[in-house]
Write a protein that binds this ligand. Structure first.
Ligand code: NAP
Length: 316
């Protein structure tokens, strides 16, 4: 597994990270807790050291499963969780008020069963709370040893400027995949300039970039991924299939799954530091970890770029 240093931190992270949104059990349809835990453990066994979770994933359920999966192996894992998004029934509420931040940190530490969080990320901005108030509370938590490094997610450069005035900011977690390249123009250059690492989420665009769906799928009851990943629609869908033809060609030549080609594209030189990928079971976790073992060649990246420009650039 290739590893990299995350921004200006001392954290060495695997080039592929495991995401645990689906393990929360309340947004991606039916998931089996034992399978989720086994998938997390298999990921660690296969060289993934960064596990990304959040209280918002199943209202704490995903964090609790991570805690069970890493029990006894805490030293092998960079524990990355988040704050600032809470579940209220079906809704996701943004709340970065200091008292909420304080409560969340203690809840996350308890559920994860750890003394300190390695990477604590502000999940989304909260327009109602001045960022300085949130950062003041985070400073107290940091001084108390409750987390080691601060990251943000879904932040624009101007808001990252405000964070950096008060705190060492080591990472940004933005969406990044072949179906969402919005960060390439501003966010990625900004992060490179300021020593901020990047954890790209949705590397498979909710599984679509694994190539397993030949048609727009009818998702199972309770599977709400299409509300977040706006890719299950025409004419985009047909264009994605043309891109997948190219990815399949490269996958066949390499003897690798299509998903690995997509993940490797996201973490290529010039892409994100670590590509986060969700996994429902051991098979997916192990297969996705394999993307950290090899690199796309320059020629393969050019072929993907050509297919992207030809089929998708005008639609995204
Ligand atoms: N900061 C944020 O706001 C934010 C937002 C979204 C995600 N994230 C983080 O990023 C992580 C990754 O993103 P994501 O989980 O949303 O999407 P993703 O990684 O693009 O897709 C994950 C899903 O794809 C399917 N899959 C995974 N590996 C596969 C394989 N090898 N072959 C076929 N299908 C495969 C699985 O679902 P099925 O088997 O059910 O199809 C899995 O749950 C999240 O888990 C979370 O930690 C953060």
């Amino acid at each position: 597994m290739h590893t990299r240093t995350l921004g200006n931190s001392e954290l060495s992270v695997s080039a592929v990270g495991l995401g645990t949104w689906a393990s929360g059990g309340d947004f991606w349809g039916q998931v089996d807790d034992r399978q989720s835990i086994r998938a997390m453990q298999a990921a660690i066994d296969h060289g993934i050291n960064l596990i990304d979770t959040a209280p918002a994933y199943g209202d704490g359920h995903a964090e609790a499963l991570v805690g069970r999966a890493i029990a006894g192996r805490r030293d092998l894992v960079v524990v990355a969780t988040k704050l600032g998004v809470l579940r209220e029934g079906e809704r996701f509420i943004h709340n970065l008020e200091p008292q909420s931040v304080r409560r969340e940190a203690d809840d996350s530490l308890r559920r994860l069963g750890v003394d300190t969080i390695d990477l604590y990320q502000i999940h989304w901005p909260d327009k109602k709370t001045p960022i300085e108030d949130t950062l003041g509370e985070l400073k107290r938590l940091h001084d108390a040893g409750k987390f080691r490094y601060l990251g943000v997610s879904n932040f624009k450069p101007a808001l990252m400027d405000a964070v950096r005035r008060e705190f060492q900011l080591v990472s940004l977690q933005p969406p990044y995949s072949l179906l969402n390249r919005k960060i390439e123009s501003h966010h990625l250059p900004y992060c490179r300039r300021h020593g901020i690492g990047t954890l790209g989420y949705g590397s498979l665009a909710a599984g679509v970039l694994s190539g397993k769906f030949r048609e727009i799928p009818t998702l199972a009851p309770g599977d709400k991924r299409a509300q977040f990943y706006d890719v299950f629609r025409e004419p985009l869908w047909s264009a994605i299939q043309r891109l997948l033809d190219t990815l399949r060609g490269i996958a066949d030549e390499r003897g690798r799954p299509v998903a690995q080609v997509s993940i490797n594209w996201a973490r290529r030189e010039g892409g994100v530091t670590c590509a986060l990928v969700g996994a429902r079971d051991v098979e997916q976790a192990v297969s996705n970890a394999g993307a950290g073992e090899w690199e796309l060649s320059e020629d393969e990246i050019k072929r993907i770029e050509h297919a992207y420009k030809q089929h998708l650039a005008a639609l995204l």
